[in-house]
Each structure stands twice: as structure tokens, then as C-alpha cells.
Design a protein. Structure first.
Length: 243
């Protein structure tokens, strides 16, 4: 299970309640669960707003895996901080949309999660395996990774297991010559005969995608779902579609 996925035990929600200053006390028999930390709950709320700001608060609470009242408290706090905007709609409803500041906070929280989560490796390996399996089915045997990171190392492991060749890791800021035995280059222009690219930049994945989509066919760009890239902006085909 992804570390941000919601399990059936809702007792852990008190982590988020405590973070908002509520007097709720953690049950003595409940171990801390980072899935319900303040940061992860905020990330879930921002994610829900970005995916569909037209849905009601109850639906957002369901996506975030928290009670309705707690979701409302997080929505209000996100609005106060300038991460989301709210606009009244018919039938006593609200429309929500994420602001540029909200995108930046979401990116920061995502990077924090990817860097610190104990579950990162297992979740990343599963998602990279699926991407490599899709590449193999489509006959895409040579790929480049975009971003030298821990996620890139996981992607290399998945590629080796599925007989996909990682030609290079593209990273403009790295001072290292190689990552996991794979050469690091500065630009895609340095590479010949690659079939697809996989985004493995965990610091600014959305910006990396947007830059890449201007120069590379969208159907040949893959990204693990855990990076939470807004693919629909430019019609990026989801990797799970197998296109």
C-alpha cells in the first residue's frame, strides 16, 4: 500500500486533529501513523482540490481519508494560507481551485514525503515496475531518466529486472558522472535512439514535466503517480493507459 493510501482504521485521524490544535488525545493503544500527519493530510486535501475543485466537501473528505469536519478545517486553513481559493456556487455549494502558492506547497509536501517516507521504496518500486512493464509491451526498450534522485535508482532496479535499458540519467545540476552505474548527462540532445523518458525528479516534478512536454512527445513521457504530476494540462497520456 502507498504510504498515503487510506486504511480502514480511522483512529489515526487524531494525528491531523492534534496538528490543528484540537484537544483530541491519541488513544494509548494507537501507534503513530505518518499517513495521517498534518503534512500528509494537507497534501491529500490539496490533491483533492487540484483533481476536482467542483466536488463537494464530503467527497473531498473521502479522498483525503478524514472526517468531514476535519476536511472542512483543512480547507479553511489552506484558504487562509492562500493555497486555495473558494467561490460560491449555486445550491449552497463552493467551487475550489488551487493557487500558484498552493501548487508550490503541494510540490514541497510531495518532495518531503518522497524524501522521508519509509514506504517510499516499496511504493516507488511497484510504480516503476508497472511503467517498465508498459514500456516492454510497447517495444520501448531504451529509456532515459529525467532527474538524478533516489527514485531514479529505484527505476534503474525496475529496468534491470524487466530487461529495459536505461541509456542515461538527464540532470542539469548533478556533479556526479554516474548514478547506479548509469551515466549522467546534461541534456536529452546528448542521447541517440531512446524510445521513452521517465521523470524521476522529486524536487520539481511538475516543472520538469512542463519543460519536457514542450520538446518531447507526450505519449513517450512517463511519470510515477506518486510524483502527482498534473498530466491533463497538456493531454499527457497516463502510463497505465498503455499508449
Amino acid at each position: 500500500m502507498n504510504a498515503l493510501d487510506v486504511g480502514p482504521d480511522r483512529r489515526h485521524v487524531v494525528h491531523a486533529v492534534n496538528a490543528l490544535g484540537n484537544d483530541t488525545v491519541m488513544p494509548a493503544d494507537t501507534a503513530p501513523d505518518e499517513r495521517y500527519s498534518d503534512a500528509n493530510t494537507t497534501l491529500r486535501i490539496l490533491d483533492a482540490v487540484e483533481r476536482d475543485g467542483d466536488q463537494n466537501q464530503r467527497a473531498m473528505a473521502g479522498e483525503a481519508g478524514v472526517a468531514l469536519g476535519l476536511a472542512n478545517a483543512y480547507l479553511r486553513r489552506c484558504a487562509r494560507k492562500g493555497w486555495i481559493k473558494m467561490r460560491e456556487a449555486p445550491a449552497r455549494r463552493y467551487l475550489y481551485y488551487i493557487t500558484p502558492q498552493g501548487f508550490a506547497e503541494k510540490a514541497r509536501l510531495t518532495a518531503e514525503y518522497l524524501t522521508s517516507s519509509f514506504e517510499m521504496f516499496r511504493a516507488a518500486r511497484g510504480e516503476c515496475d508497472k511503467i517498465m512493464e508498459s514500456c516492454k509491451r510497447q517495444g520501448r526498450r531504451k529509456i532515459a531518466l529525467i532527474g538524478a534522485s533516489d527514485l531514479a535508482e529505484v527505476a534503474v532496479l525496475s529496468a534491470l529486472a524487466l530487461e529495459i535499458e536505461v541509456v542515461a540519467v538527464v540532470d542539469t545540476k548533478s556533479n556526479q558522472p554516474k548514478l547506479a552505474g548509469i551515466p549522467i548527462v546534461r541534456s536529452l540532445d546528448e542521447l541517440d535512439e531512446i524510445d521513452a523518458v521517465l521523470i524521476t525528479d522529486i524536487s520539481q516534478p511538475q516543472l520538469t514535466y512542463e519543460k519536457l512536454a514542450r520538446i518531447w512527445p507526450s505519449e513517450r513521457i512517463s511519470a510515477p503517480p506518486m510524483l502527482r504530476i498534473a498530466r491533463n494540462k497538456d493531454g499527457l497520456a497516463k502510463w497505465e493507459d498503455g499508449r
